[in-house]
Design a protein around this ligand. Sequence first.
Ligand SMILES: [Mn+2]
Length: 376
Amino acid sequence: MSSVKILHCADLHIGAAESSLGTLADSRRAETLITFENIVKLAKDSSVDILLIAGDLFNSNNIEDSFVTRVFECLSSIPDIKIVYAAGNHDPLNADSPFTKHTLPSNLYVLKTSDDCIEFSELNTRVYGKSFKETYMAGSESFSLSTDNSFINLMCIHGDLRSDLGSDYNSITSDFIKSSGMDYIALGHVHKRTDIGKIGDSFIAYCGCPEGQGFDELGEKGVYLGEVSMGDCKLDFVPVCKRMHLTENVDITDLATSNEIADKVLQFIKDKYPDSFADNLYKIILTGGIDDGIKLSLAEITTRVADSVYFVKLRDNTEFKIDYESLSKENTLKGIFVKKMLTKIESAESCEKAKLLYALNIGIKAFSGGVNYDET
Ligand SMILES: [Mn+2]
């Protein structure tokens, strides 16, 4: 066999709850499980030979049996596909692991916690790698098992791609990769996808998490799918996420009422995401200059936008259109505050200036009673 068809996924974190979503958190947990089912279906429909899962399939080893049962049931439903699992730092392969406690599907191969190799002779392919045994695992300078060039050599591993061995999460260095002899290294751990890279003779990529679980995991998420052969790799990114987390700045200069602002926000996201705007989760940062004294009702604007989308939260970064110089001459508490802040800003290092300007803006809003504390 000159090539092998693979699907590379990682970091599902099944069972994780995005608690900031409130009542939606449970539905998002269910969606992550459904996304996993869709990945299995994609593997089946694409007739892949090997499904590589590079760790953190479960968010922790303390996971409800119903999730584990469903996951293993899905994997059993594709008996013709070999599945290789390398446990990650969230679901390490110890006595508490679902992969230790439950009966595994016969087509599921779990890599040991020491350097390991699984051979699929009918596919002329070997899959190398190892599992996390506990939450932390040190990296190594090189992989201890040598390869045979008459096989397609794959690695499935959870770890931290970096230049030194300093990570607590299995440092994977360029030297490690260059000496590995792999055709493709399927990585998990980093939730942001990388393009397919090449270090030495080995292709390598993080596929990222297939379903974002916070506003630090933005945009379209998915898996890598395609063919690997000796010395070559043709993998495509396939989006599988049900929803996207998105952060957008919306300029509301000169708008005043909540319905005007909500309409502007909705129009902005409809224009940018015409096909999926209603399905996504948004963090909207309101920017621009508004008239002095206008108190935005974030609650009302949020409610109006939320009527048309799955989830939205707002942050107010607007500024009052104020002539600070003339205000600083007023003999009022507000005037004295502005004068002191302007003096500080003038003498501040440039990196501090933006912070102080933001503080000035927040302070002015506080005088109008318009500061929201939930602005993370
Ligand atoms: Mn992870």
